[in-house]
Design a binder for this molecule. Sequence first.
Ligand SMILES: [Zn+2]
Length: 69
Amino acid sequence: MPITVQCPQCKKTVEWNSDFPFKPFCSERCKLIDLGDWASEKHAIPVKPEFDPQLLDELGFDEEHFFKE
Ligand SMILES: [Zn+2]
């Protein structure tokens, strides 16, 4: 059974795999939309950090938040 992740931008459920290029988003489009929203709303921080599951894990980030059964 594949692991799936819900795109935070459009809520579409997509299959997660180790080399999925746009995670946690379903596509480059959603990723860019999110980056654009982020840039326009968070002027204090001009660049969104690269999404890095390993780093998040080190920070104690709850990765299950992104997973859907
Ligand atoms: Zn999406």
